[in-house]
Design a protein around this ligand. Structure first.
Ligand code: MF3
Ligand code: CO
Ligand code: CO
Length: 256
């Protein structure tokens, strides 16, 4: 079980690399065009057109029945927020977008959180701390290390910034299917997991909160995950390729 992991072939990696690159470009274009006054539904529709223009399709739409093109998670929403015409984005909001594109039967999956104005001290700590936790997790993903080393690096950084770690959702292998083995928790205490080997493609995605780590699933839509205390949450996600030395960030673009 702990040795469960997928090693992609060079032919698959060509397609996965392309899917990740396309997904990152769409992510950055959505973030660039997002503005206060839009509804989250507008943003989802915009994402839908940008994804269609790539020649791919949303990797999320209809996934286990998910209704949106992307996930849009505002303020206390941690992940899996669904764009709706009633939700108007304000300049005081922080917005997380999580984008997945399926192109040529390969998957990209990447997320980031942003605001529109100079953040207050705690919001800045949340955004910077979550981004740093992702980058520390990536730095630990060296060939020969274990999945646990990624988790430990993310956890240590979250602690340093005094941010709470969401435990109910985790990162994952990715590439040909959206979610592949192994799981990548953002905390330790669960064993070592598999050893990292060249050809593994991993989504590392810390979800960190300013308040409690406990979260609630929306009882009406069964998707939206919010913090239990209503405090802010942030989410950053990159897809990386394990190589025979430093990991390669497949979803690297100028925004992050
Ligand atoms: N993007 C999410 C992840 O990082 C998965 C979203 S699945 C959906 O794993 F159905 F909610 F879109
Ligand atoms: Co994602
Ligand atoms: Co993911």
């Amino acid at each position: 079980m702990s040795g469960n992991r997928i090693i992609h072939t060079p032919e698959e990696i060509v397609r996965i690399r392309r899917a990740a690159e396309v997904t990152a470009a769409v992510r950055d274009e959505i973030a660039r065009l997002a503005h206060p006054g839009m509804t989250t539904f507008d943003l989802d529709q915009l994402a839908g057109s940008l994804i269609t223009a790539t020649g791919g399709i949303s990797a999320f739409k209809n996934y286990h029945g998910y209704p949106g093109n992307i996930c849009i998670s505002v303020n206390d929403t941690v992940i899996h927020g669904i764009g709706t015409p009633e939700q108007i984005i304000s300049e005081n909001d922080i917005v997380s977008i999580d984008v997945g594109v399926n192109i040529d039967n390969a998957m990209g999956d990447t997320a980031l959180t942003f605001g529109f104005k100079e953040p207050d001290k705690d919001t800045k700590r949340l955004l910077d701390g979550t981004r740093d936790a992702l980058m520390d997790g990536i730095a630990a993903a060296r060939c020969g290390a274990f999945v646990r080393d990624i988790s430990a690096a993310v956890e240590k950084c979250a602690r340093k910034h005094k941010l709470a770690i969401v435990r109910d959702y985790v990162g994952h292998g990715c590439g040909i299917k959206l979610h592949e083995a192994p799981e990548i928790p953002n905390y330790t205490g669960w064993g070592k997991g598999p050893r990292l080997e060249p050809g593994m493609v991993l989504c590392i995605e810390p979800m960190l909160n300013l308040g409690t780590d406990s979260v609630r699933l929306d009882r009406r839509d069964h998707w939206t995950v919010r913090t239990a205390d209503g405090a802010l949450s942030a989410h950053f996600e990159h897809m990386i390729l394990i190589t025979d030395n430093e990991p390669e960030i497949l979803t690297w673009q100028k925004t992050m």
